[in-house]
Design a protein around this ligand. Structure first.
Ligand code: NAP
Length: 465
């Protein structure tokens, strides 16, 4: 199959995470040939580098993506970076549809004094580090202190809090990167304080994530009952408007408060209505020693939403590690239209658009870089479908991009030339087999290769064997 029929539409998906894979599957079903690019030699995005390693069941979703990859018309080019190895214009020369599935890789900042002190980190980086993302594998975290503060009340915050107190026996059977297993084993951290700027009713945790804290082997959960006393706005909201998740969260937290912390060497302390106002430390820019926080109260906005407002009542929480987990934002890539304010690719319902709202022919977006970092993995299936339906409509209406280079094999050669270390699906399968085999004797799902050079070398073993 060298010269491809120009009748067969071709799509490239930039990003091999969940939204990229759902879009790939849907486009294959619509009769497209689909090339998936990823900056890393490995596929699966946040399923590999984001989902907490002690949640192996969530990671099992990759079996669905593997099925997609086995379909005719699918190709993978790992280690090809848009904006470094190839440009947006070069993709448009080669495909009828370009789909950006880049995710949101930057973490939001607090914008408070002391945020850049040593010992203050974005959760994004920390999560990448314990998951063996090659860009984060050389990072180092000082875990010699006894207390860490995690700012934010979402599932990422709860993931990192849990990882910090897992017993080595709980970590051992996971695919946590070896460097992180070693660091967690030597860690001195006994207490993790999770800070929510609003109240328990507004926490963004989902119920299973909050509930499973009870099962931690060596960490008790501390919730102060006075923190759970609902103000009038939250009480009315919970009664009349809240979804079942928020109601259940309050119930779970009340049960934690009522039972009190069990006897344990470690603890996770959930505190609400507290915002950090300054990260304290040694000298002007020395390591973190604590967080100055202000107590908030909940007020109602004109539109009915509830927000936290500082009371002026402050306290200091001593800590030697602070992790900021207050949401992600996307990064602009090449000259793809970007909405700086929202941190997303500018789009109208999945069609990449100019500031005027006019669609750019043949360019689309799916996942977090389209709608923002919300929802669970499965949310992306419907999100991708909302976009791929439009790609189908645009094909039927003759509104796709018109590529000038239509040779299937030449496109593969183009990637190989631009990114000589790029990895095909067979290369990823060689990496995967090696990692799984390395994990097997230790009862682990895999031992991750965490350096680019090792990943590329292992992918090449497919040719030798
Ligand atoms: P998230 O759910 O949006 O939570 C962000 C948290 O940060 C909220 O509690 C928010 O409080 C708080 N926040 C924002 N700005 C703040 C500030 N300036 N000061 C203090 N707090 C601030 O985001 P996430 O935890 O990064 O998770 C992203 C998505 O991935 C979510 O949909 C999540 O459910 C999903 N996820 C799922 C799993 C799982 O299923 N196990 C695991 C990880 C992530 P406000 O509500 O007051 O804004």
């Amino acid at each position: 199959m060298s010269e491809n029929s120009t009748d067969t539409p071709r799509a490239v998906i930039v990003g091999a995470g969940p939204s990229g894979f759902y879009a790939a599957d849907q486009l294959l079903n619509l009769g497209f040939e689909v090339d998936v690019l990823d900056a890393l030699p490995t596929p699966f995005g946040l399923v590999r580098a984001g989902v907490a390693p002690d949640h192996p069941k969530i990671k099992a979703v990759t079996r669905v993506y593997e099925k997609t990859a086995r379909k005719d018309g699918f190709r993978f080019f790992g280690g090809v970076v848009l904006g470094r190895d190839v440009t947006r214009a070069e993709l448009l020369e080669r495909y009828h549809a370009v789909v950006y599935a880049l995710g949101t890789s930057d973490d939001n900042r607090l914008g408070i004094p002391g945020e850049d002190r040593p010992g203050v980190h974005g959760a994004t980086q920390f999560v990448s580090w314990y998951n063996g993302h090659p860009d984060a594998s050389d990072h180092a975290y000082d875990l010699t202190c006894e207390r860490a503060v995690v700012i934010g009340n979402g599932n990422v915050a709860i993931d990192v809090a849990r990882m910090l107190v897992l017993h080595p026996d709980e970590l051992a059977p996971t695919d946590t990167a070896d460097h992180a297993i070693e660091a967690f084993r030597d860690s001195n951290i006994k207490e993790v304080v999770l800070l929510g700027r609003r109240g328990p009713a507004q926490a963004a945790f989902t119920n299973p994530e909050l509930r499973e804290l009870i099962d931690l082997q060596r960490a008790g959960v501390v919730v102060d009952a006075t923190d759970l006393e609902l103000d009038e706005h939250s009480a009315a909201w919970l009664e009349n408007e809240a979804d079942i998740t928020s109601k259940k969260n309050v119930e779970i937290l009340s049960a934690y408060a009522a039972s009190g912390p069990r006897e344990s060497s470690h603890k996770i302390v959930l505190r609400f209505l507290r915002s950090p106002v300054e990260i304290l430390g040694e000298g002007e820019d020395g390591p973190v020693t604590g967080v100055r926080v202000v107590r908030n109260e909940i007020v109602k906005n004109d539109d009915g939403s509830l927000r936290a407002v500082a009371t002026g009542d402050e306290e200091v929480i001593e800590a030697g590690l602070v992790l900021r987990s207050i949401g992600y934002r996307g990064k602009p890539v090449d000259d793809v239209p970007f909405d700086e304010r929202r941190g997303l690719i500018r789009n109208t319902g999945g069609r990449v658009s100019a500031e005027t709202g006019d669609a750019h022919a043949g360019e689309y977006v799916v996942g977090w870089i389209k709608r923002g970092p919300s929802g669970v993995i499965g949310t992306n299936k419907k999100d991708s479908a909302d976009t791929t339906v439009k790609i189908g409509e645009d094909r039927d209406a003759g509104r796709l991009n018109t590529p000038t280079i239509n040779d299937h094999d030449a496109i593969a050669a183009f990637y190989a030339e631009r990114a000589p270390d790029s990895v095909t699906w067979a290369g990823w399968e060689a990496i995967d087999a090696h990692e799984r085999t390395s994990g097997e004797p230790h009862g682990r799902p895999r031992v991750k290769l965490v350096r680019l050079a090792d990943l590329v070398e292992r992918s090449r073993a497919t040719n030798a064997s």
